[in-house]
Ligand binder design. Sequence first.
Ligand SMILES: *Cc1c(COP(=O)(O)O)cnc(C)c1O
Length: 419
Amino acid sequence: MQLTLESARALDARDPLAKFRDEFVVDDADTIYMDGNSLGRLPKRAIARVREVVENEWGKRLVRGWGEGWMDAPTRIGGKIAQLIGARSDEVIVADSTSVNFFKLVHAALDAREGKKQIVTETVNFPTDAYILQGIARTRGKNITYVSPQNDVAISTDAVVHAIDNRNCALVTLTHTAFKSGAVYDMRAITQAAHDAGALVLWDLSHSVGSIPLALNACEADLAVGCTYKYLNGGPGAPAFLYVRRDLQEQLFNPIQGWFGQKNQFAMDFDYAPAQGIARFNVGTPPILSMLAIEAGVDVLLEAGIENLRAKSIQQTEFLIGLWEAWLKPFGVTLNSPRDSKIRGSHVSLGHPDGLRIDRALIEEMNVIPDFRFPDNIRFGIAPIYTRFEDVYCAMERLRRVMTEKLYEKYAGERPMVT
Ligand SMILES: *Cc1c(COP(=O)(O)O)cnc(C)c1O
């Protein structure tokens, strides 16, 4: 791959997925959006869908809407997400937030392994996962074992396996693609090791779904949760999804016993009895407006094909890393993501002690929108459904200007409210 604008444009011209960019609202041609791993772009189909839901379904059909596609939205859209993650359609629902789903499934897993005290997770986990685990460990008297990266970037399978206490481990829970480094775990090997110890495994797929083909069934994964507003382009605060392997569904119980998880919900029985199958992991009335918006984004990804998206993502992250090496490494910018594309997701983190100021200069002067994660990671998210090779090239070229002209020096280093 040559590191020129011409070669970037040639790659775009040959890209079989290029046409999908038109499916999204891109209204400022000079802005380079590199944060699709935090909030994906707006699919044009979602605009039409939301308008239809508001004007016709809510506006005209009113309460009848529940029987005309709202009630089965959690399982219908879950079934589509299942195709992206290698699961069966009756193993996934859309419900609640990732945080709440994580809480539900951690409790469910610990109930199923009552008596065992160990939870294994990682020091580089996403904060909400860590906080929820800490709260549950405190109230239920469990111990958390944290695994750390050995080389500052990725955690080896061996390190996780060594942390598992074969007699006492109830649950292993990891974020499949690390939110800072983008490092990806070996789902099959870790799931196998946890099962050998009699533990259950809960994967957080928030940074994997929609960017990496997943094989939950083939890996015999037990449980998973994930976001829909990142690579699935579901919209800010769109509800999340959860997966429970089919043969576990009748053995596990939702700790939040709401009426949407009740057997024969509209019998309005006074006493709780869990619904059959995955539906028992619902809680309350779903947020229909934002739930139906998700479907448009998922449909576009299914049309593009997750294997094709992954192939393009790898090419683009390789291109970005090539540019980093040629242009930015000499300025002391470090690669905080794995070099090996096999264990790298779809975002690349570049590090610098002045990272926060560099991030601000990129946004405010260069019209490049990455994001920043402490202490020093500038994250460049590649969403192959709409990111062009030209975008990758220009983002790195503008970053080079920030470094050569030291444009970041005029920015203060204090933390803004949102990074
Ligand atoms: C983005 C993300 C979340 C977000 O959880 P919310 O409940 O939607 O705020 C959780 N876990 C991981 C790993 C994430 O990347």
